[in-house]
Design a binder for this molecule. Structure first.
Ligand code: MD6
Ligand code: FE
Length: 217
């Protein structure tokens, strides 16, 4: 039922909705930052190109990833971890641009999490068909801090469950500029992204970019 409140119907979308205790959807929150955000992302991706990581189980992820900030999320045969060094370039990840830091902090603030200072920004790139299986975000040391998630480009269906993997999932359509702030009681809830539907976004073309900001330490 709740999910229906956030379906995109013309321009009647509410600007804000509660997905669960601790999880808030801020429609279009990133739009005012777009002009600075997209050029900043292009610079990062030039320095640290998208790559398909291998899971500990040996599967190649369909989502391509990179990072900026003082730590980046990586996966390989040995497991998941945060690393200050990009394993491809052997260099530190690109610094987090002030516009990204500010967007994340303002969104968190708006959702009631004051003083959010992310160390890592994981940048995910989906092409049509790419998906993210149901998972929990639990590689961070500090679960008191929220995660701020920014969606850009093609819309995606975000699957949002509960504390147990088997819990029923709600579906939210996340569009260009939408921000989800997620913490507190739902910080460890299972979630994923359904296979991306094909389409052409006027600004980003045939892809979806998602940024997740995390406090790691
Ligand atoms: C995505 N997001 O939207 C993947 N995790 O592409 C996530 O896995 C995620 O959006 C934790 C909190 C918010 C998220
Ligand atoms: Fe996640």
């Amino acid at each position: 039922m709740t999910a229906d409140l956030f379906e995109s119907v013309g321009d009647t979308r509410p600007s804000r909705g509660v997905m669960a205790d601790g999880a808030v959807l801020l429609r279009g929150f990133a739009k005012p930052f777009e002009g600075e955000l997209l050029p900043a992302l292009r610079v990062i991706v030039k320095q640290a190109p998208f790559r398909h990581l291998i899971t500990p189980g040996g599967h190649r992820m369909s989502v391509a990833m990179t990072n900026c900030g003082s730590a980046g999320w990586v996966s390989d045969r040995t497991g998941y971890r945060y690393d200050a060094i990009d394993p491809e370039s052997k260099q530190p990840w690109p610094a987090m641009p002030p516009v990204l830091r500010m967007l994340a902090a303002r969104a968190a603030d708006d959702a009631g999490f004051n003083g959010f200072a992310p160390e890592a920004c994981l940048i995910n790139r989906y092409v049509p068909g790419a998906k993210l299986s149901l998972h929990q975000d639990r590689d961070e040391l500090d679960f008191a801090a929220p995660i701020v998630s920014v969606s850009l480009g093609l819309p995606a269906i975000f699957l949002f469950g509960g504390a147990k993997r088997a819990d029923k999932t709600a579906r939210y359509r996340l569009e260009h500029g939408d921000v989800v702030v997620w913490g507190g009681p739902s910080r460890l809830f299972f979630h994923g992204v359904a296979p991306l539907a094909d389409g052409e976004h006027p600004v980003l073309g045939r892809q979806r970019i998602n940024l997740t900001f995390r406090k790691v330490r």
